[in-house]
Design a binder for this molecule. Structure first.
Ligand SMILES: [Zn+2]
Length: 416
C-alpha cells in the first residue's frame, strides 16, 4: 500500500515536470513558409572597395565602454557558430551579387520586406524589398549638448553623432546654423526634414532616445518651449521640457504625414544604459494624449524586460510593438511565453522583427538576422501550440495569428 502511494507520487511529480510541448510540426512547417515583413533591422550596404558603410545606425554601438555581453552576443556562442555556416564567404558573395546581395540575404532568412532603420538608403537597400525608417532624435536636441555629454561616458560619442546628423539636416534645409526662434526651427528644419523623409519613401521615424535620456516625454506648453529654446544655457530640467515639446510635435507631424513613430523600448547596449528610463510605461502620457491619437507608436523590441507592462499598453489604439532583438538574445521557449501573453491580449498589434545588425565580422546583419528569424518563428510556433493544446484557439485561428504576426499586422500598419 505504502509502496504504491510512493509510486503514484513519483508518477505525479514526473507529470508536473514534463517539458512544455514542442511546437506542433504542421504549424511550424506552415510558419516556415510565410514570407515575413521584418518590422525593424539595420541592413548594411555591400561595399567592396572604399570606406565601409556607417549609415546602418545613427548611433553605432561599437564604441562603448566594456559591458558583460549577453550569451548570444559572445564570440563562439553556439547560435552564432550555427548561423555562420549559412553565410560562408560573404565577401565573395557580395562581389558576385553586387547590389542584389541585400535582397539575397532576405531570401535566406525568409523575409519578404525589411524595414531598414538607416540614416540613408541606397546600394541595393531600396524598395520594394526594403522600406526606409530614418532617425529623428537629432531634431529634439537642438541646443548645446556638452552638459549632457559630461553626465555619462557612452553618451559622448552618441551626442557627437547626433550633432553631426543635425548639421546634415540643417544642410539639407539650406541652413548653416539653427534659426533664432523656435517657430522658425519648426517651420524651416523640423517639418521639412520629416517631409523630405516621407518623400524619400520613409514609413516611420525612429527614436533611439532611450540611449540619450528617459522615455518620459511630458506635455509642455509652446510658450515654455520657446523660452527654453532662446535661453543661452538652460538647466537640464528646462532643456528636457524643450525636448519633450519637440518629441510630441514630431509625433503629431508623423501622424499628419502618415508615418509611424518607432521608439527603442528595451534595455539597450552598453554598461551605462538607463534600463529604468526605457520602461514603456513612461510612454503612457504620450499614448493618452488626445492630440496624438492619430500617431501610431511602435515600441521596438517589445519593452524587454518590461514585457508584461507593455502588454497592458496594447489596448491603447495608437500602441504597437515588435519582438525584434528579443529573438536574437533569448531562446525560443523563453520568448514564446511573452508572445503568448501578447497574442492572448491584442494580437493585431504584435509584429515580427529581427533587429539584424552588424555586431562583428562573425555576427553580421546576415547572421543576426538569420538567428532572429529562426528563433522568432520557433517562439511563435511554440506559443501558438500552447494556445492550441489548451483549447484557446483552433488550428485555423493559429495559422491566422501566425500570418498576422509575421506579415499582415505590419502590412496594414504601413499600408504596404
Ligand atoms: Zn535596432
Amino acid at each position: 500500500m505504502r509502496f504504491s502511494w510512493c509510486l503514484l507520487l513519483v508518477l505525479l511529480s514526473a507529470c508536473t515536470h514534463a517539458p512544455d510541448p514542442p511546437a506542433d510540426p504542421g504549424l511550424a512547417a506552415e510558419i516556415q513558409r510565410i514570407r515575413a515583413i521584418d518590422n525593424h533591422a539595420h541592413p548594411v550596404r555591400p561595399v567592396l572597395d572604399g570606406p565601409p558603410d556607417r549609415e546602418f545606425d545613427a548611433l553605432p554601438v561599437d564604441n562603448m565602454e566594456p559591458a558583460s555581453d549577453p550569451l548570444n552576443l559572445r564570440p563562439n556562442a553556439p547560435v552564432v557558430l550555427e548561423a555562420m555556416k549559412h553565410f560562408p564567404n560573404k565577401s565573395a558573395l557580395m562581389r558576385e551579387k553586387g547590389n542584389a546581395y541585400p535582397a539575397w540575404v532576405l531570401d535566406q532568412i525568409g523575409v519578404d520586406v525589411m524595414l531598414a532603420n538607416r540614416v540613408a538608403m541606397g546600394g541595393g537597400i531600396q524598395p520594394p524589398r526594403f522600406r526606409w525608417v530614418p532617425y529623428a532624435d537629432a531634431l529634439i536636441f537642438p541646443l548645446d549638448n556638452s552638459k549632457l555629454v559630461a553626465r555619462q561616458p557612452d553618451r559622448k560619442a552618441f551626442f557627437a553623432l547626433e550633432d553631426a546628423l543635425r548639421m546634415r539636416y540643417f544642410g539639407d534645409a539650406g541652413l548653416k546654423t539653427r534659426p533664432a526662434a523656435l517657430s522658425d526651427y519648426l517651420a524651416r528644419v523640423v517639418t521639412p526634414t520629416l517631409e523630405r523623409h516621407r518623400q524619400g519613401g520613409a514609413v516611420a521615424e525612429k527614436f533611439e532616445a532611450a540611449y540619450l535620456r528617459s522615455l518620459q516625454f511630458d506635455k509642455v506648453d509652446r510658450t515654455v518651449a520657446e523660452r527654453v529654446y532662446r535661453a543661452n544655457e538652460p538647466s537640464d530640467a528646462d532643456y528636457k521640457l524643450l525636448q519633450d515639446f519637440l518629441f510630441r510635435y514630431i509625433a503629431a507631424e508623423c501622424g499628419r504625414l502618415g508615418m509611424a513613430v518607432h521608439l527603442h523600448a528595451e534595455a539597450g547596449a552598453g554598461s551605462y544604459f538607463d534600463v529604468g528610463g526605457a520602461n514603456p510605461l513612461l510612454l503612457e502620457s504620450v499614448l493618452n494624449d488626445p492630440e496624438l491619437r492619430k500617431a501610431r507608436f511602435v515600441m521596438i523590441h517589445g519593452g524587454w524586460p518590461f514585457t508584461r507592462e507593455i502588454t497592458a499598453l496594447l489596448t491603447k489604439p495608437n500602441a504597437y510593438l515588435d519582438f525584434s532583438s528579443q529573438d536574437l538574445l533569448l531562446p525560443p521557449a523563453t520568448l514564446a511565453q511573452t508572445i503568448r501573453e501578447w497574442l492572448e491580449w491584442v494580437p493585431e498589434k504584435v509584429m515580427f522583427g529581427t533587429d539584424a545588425y552588424p555586431y562583428s565580422d562573425q555576427l553580421g546583419w546576415e547572421e543576426s538576422g538569420w538567428i532572429a528569424a529562426r528563433t522568432g518563428r520557433e517562439a511563435l510556433a511554440i506559443a501558438l501550440t500552447g494556445m492550441l493544446n489548451d483549447g484557446e484557439i483552433t488550428r485555423d485561428r493559429a495559422l491566422e495569428l501566425a500570418r498576422l504576426v509575421l506579415r499582415e499586422n505590419a502590412r496594414r500598419l504601413y499600408g504596404l
